[in-house]
Ligand binder design. Structure first.
Ligand SMILES: Nc1ncnc2c1ncn2[C@@H]1O[C@H](COP(=O)(O)OP(=O)(O)OP(=O)(O)O)[C@@H](O)[C@H]1O
Ligand SMILES: [Mg+2]
Length: 112
């Protein structure tokens, strides 16, 4: 979806979610344009405690939070090509590799 701010992109994404079979599951919006790359990566994929300065606890990440539901990546075109590759891999395979994670996590229920 494209359009200037306030034209209803988020509203439309929510409407699609609420009319889908996943309406009872989570709808998670991530603003990809607003965060620096490293923060965005940990926001999306989560991180384990101690993997970088400031990582004071395990963080679940938005992909896992949206498992079974819908994740809406706002301004995804502003994410770097490297991060977009990771997004695509996560979306296609359902596998998440957390920063310095020992175990790999999988999305079990899939995503829109
Ligand atoms: N077609 C519409 N009918 C009624 N309300 C609308 C419509 N489109 C947008 N709105 C309202 O306008 C506000 C902004 O819409 P929304 O947040 O979906 O825009 P957006 O395109 O996602 O903007 P941004 O690029 O800033 O994220 C919301 O409060 C939404 O409810
Ligand atoms: Mg929006």
């Amino acid at each position: 979806m494209t359009g200037p701010s306030g034209t209803g992109k988020t509203m439309l994404a929510r409407a699609i979610h609420h009319r889908s079979s996943r309406r009872k599951e989570a709808f998670v919006e991530v603003s990809c344009g607003a965060l620096p790359e490293t923060l965005l990566e940990s926001e999306l994929f989560g991180h384990v405690k101690g993997s970088f300065t400031g990582a004071v606890a395990n963080k679940k990440g938005k992909f896992l939070a949206a498992d079974g539901g819908t994740i809406f990546l706002d301004e995804v075109g502003n994410a770097s090509p490297a991060l977009q590759v990771k997004l695509l891999r996560c979306w296609k395979t359902g596998s998440l590799s957390r920063w310095e994670a020992i175990r790999r996590l999988r999305l079990t229920r899939g995503l829109y």
